[in-house]
Design a protein. Structure first.
Length: 510
């Protein structure tokens, strides 16, 4: 007897519909899965057998063959447990074949027959959204973002009873209107650091990559952690895109299953290349770079990251995506992030006059060179963060000098983003170089200043384009709609300073 049900498998951040075919025939009892299953999928034989027996159903003592079509696509994960079990019961005539018509099944089975949630429920449900999607109750809220008709159950026995009409499908309570998610720590907590605060504001307004260099305890991490609060909330389309990536990566989703705020990811400096850019096993999971899509990727202690890991960021920062190629598959991961990095000026982290740094020149040179020139050139903003003044740190500053809160700065950021949208782009950093002359015209003084920097070799061609985009963001924040002024370019170049001390033999591109 042959039976077939619909399911889906995860490839990168996208779901792929597949057909689960089960054939039960005479012969010695056996159970075989074909169709390029991975190790987890092959182990479903034991989970499905135990779940069927624990649910009071019969295990066929015959030859069972499971085919996962199309056979040229690798299948992975435990989400095929439920469709294999349902198709097996239908092939063994314990379940009417008509009961499964028009239904797609997704879910992992426990040995007691319970249904457990699976990673990637949103893209998996989207791949079979034309059918009635049956999956674990814990995945219902997430699947409803992609599929209109979602049925949920808590066990295999409950799925069988609902399919044959012995009981109605359970209806989990729908979440009401959720309050807006918190925006995180407030920018007013940062004392002093006027240049660092300006750099964070410009980075958020134009989505410009930011590098903060300074001694330990200067406030680099505080500034970076408060940057996501300045970003506008995600649109509906952006929220679905980010939620699909987080679902595929197994990142816990917020209540209601929809990510509404730009994500903030801060991997440890011991992260491997695969964990950062994605890939790995047959499922090709997204990495931290993709999990930060439409948000902030914060690399603290940048100088401690392996050089090969950092250099993998070059193309994604330019293209906004990662193309991971393997022998059997190629997967594209979205990776349009705002990169914020922080590092010390040298291994000891000291700064100041002679004798304050304990590192030899060779050690300082080697430490700064861990960040390659091409990667350093991709940071639109490079700012040195000094230790705050003692009076500001102890709270003895004048009463009128209180720092602006996040809400006030976020309003200016939102206004600058709106001006960028009127130009046809989400942020000024997205403006292509070929359109800079039309969308970001230069005044006479601004043109002379950039030409001087180019002739001195202090700016590369890419650096000049990035400086123009930053200058446009500075002008937008000040409310100037005309061609770039000299002071706009001057501010952009000041935010793109040489953050490492000048050492003989160390060359850092501007």
């Amino acid at each position: 007897m042959l039976a077939m049900v619909t399911s889906s498998t995860l490839i990168g951040v996208e779901g792929r519909a597949i057909a689960v075919e089960v054939h039960v025939s005479t012969g010695l009892p056996s159970f075989t899965i074909v169709g390029l299953p991975d190790a987890t999928c092959r182990e479903s034989r034991d989970r499905v057998r135990a779940a069927i027996l624990s649910s009071g159903l019969k295990w066929p003592q015959r030859r069972v063959t499971v085919n996962l079509a199309p056979t040229g696509v690798r299948k992975g994960g435990a989400g095929l447990d439920l469709p294999i079990a349902v198709a097996l019961l239908a092939a063994d005539e314990q379940l009417p074949a008509a009961a499964t018509a028009g239904c797609a099944f997704i879910g992992e089975l426990g040995l007691d027959g319970s249904l457990r949630p699976v990673a990637g429920a949103l893209p998996l449900a989207h791949a079979v959204s034309s059918s009635v999607v049956v999956l674990p109750a814990a995945c219902a809220a997430e699947a409803r973002l992609a599929a209109a008709d979602v049925r949920c159950a808590s066990s295999l026995g409950e799925v069988v009873d609902c399919l044959v009409g012995r009981r109605p499908w359970p209806q989990p309570a729908r979440a009401g209107r959720l309050p807006p998610p918190p925006v995180g720590p407030d920018l007013s907590d940062v004392r002093g650091q006027p240049l660092g605060r300006l750099a964070v504001e410009v980075a958020a307004a134009g989505r410009h990559h930011l590098l903060l260099v300074g001694p330990p305890g200067a406030g680099k991490t505080m500034l970076a952690e408060r940057l996501p609060g300045l970003l506008p909330s995600l649109t509906r389309e952006e929220a679905l895109e980010v939620t699909r990536i987080h679902s595929a990566a197994g990142v816990p989703l917020p209540e209601g299953a929809l990510v509404q705020r730009p994500p903030f990811r801060a991997p440890h400096h011991s992260a491997s290349p695969v964990s950062l850019v994605g890939g790995g096993g047959p499922q090709m999971r997204p990495g931290e770079l993709s999990c930060a899509h439409r948000g902030v990727l914060f690399l603290d202690e940048l100088g401690e990251f392996p050089a090969d890991v950092l250099d993998m960021l070059r193309e994604p920062l330019e293209e906004g995506q990662v193309l991971v190629c393997r022998a059997r598959a190629s997967v594209t991961f979205p990776a349009r992030v705002l990169l914020v990095a922080a590092m010390n000026p040298c291994p000891c982290g000291a700064e100041g006059g002679p004798g304050s740094c304990r590192c030899r020149d060779a050690i300082r040179t080697r430490y700064a060179a861990r960040v390659s020139g091409p990667l350093l050139d991709r940071f639109d903003l490079r700012v040195h963060v000094n230790r705050p003044d003692v009076g500001e740190l102890m709270g003895s500053a004048s009463p009128g000098s209180a720092a602006e809160p996040t809400a006030a700065v976020a309003e200016r950021v939102a206004a600058a983003r709106e001006l960028a949208r009127q130009r046809g782009y989400a942020a000024n950093a997205d403006i292509p170089g070929r359109l800079l002359d039309r969308l970001v015209p230069l005044g006479r003084g601004a043109e002379r200043m950039l030409e001087q920097r180019l002739r001195q070799g202090r700016l590369s061609a890419r650096g000049m384009h990035r400086a123009r985009r930053v200058a446009r963001t500075v002008a937008d924040l000040s409310g100037w709609p005309g061609p770039l002024r000299e002071e706009d370019v001057q501010a952009a170049l000041a935010l793109r300073s040489e953050v490492f001390p000048p050492i003989q033999g160390l060359e850092v591109p501007a």
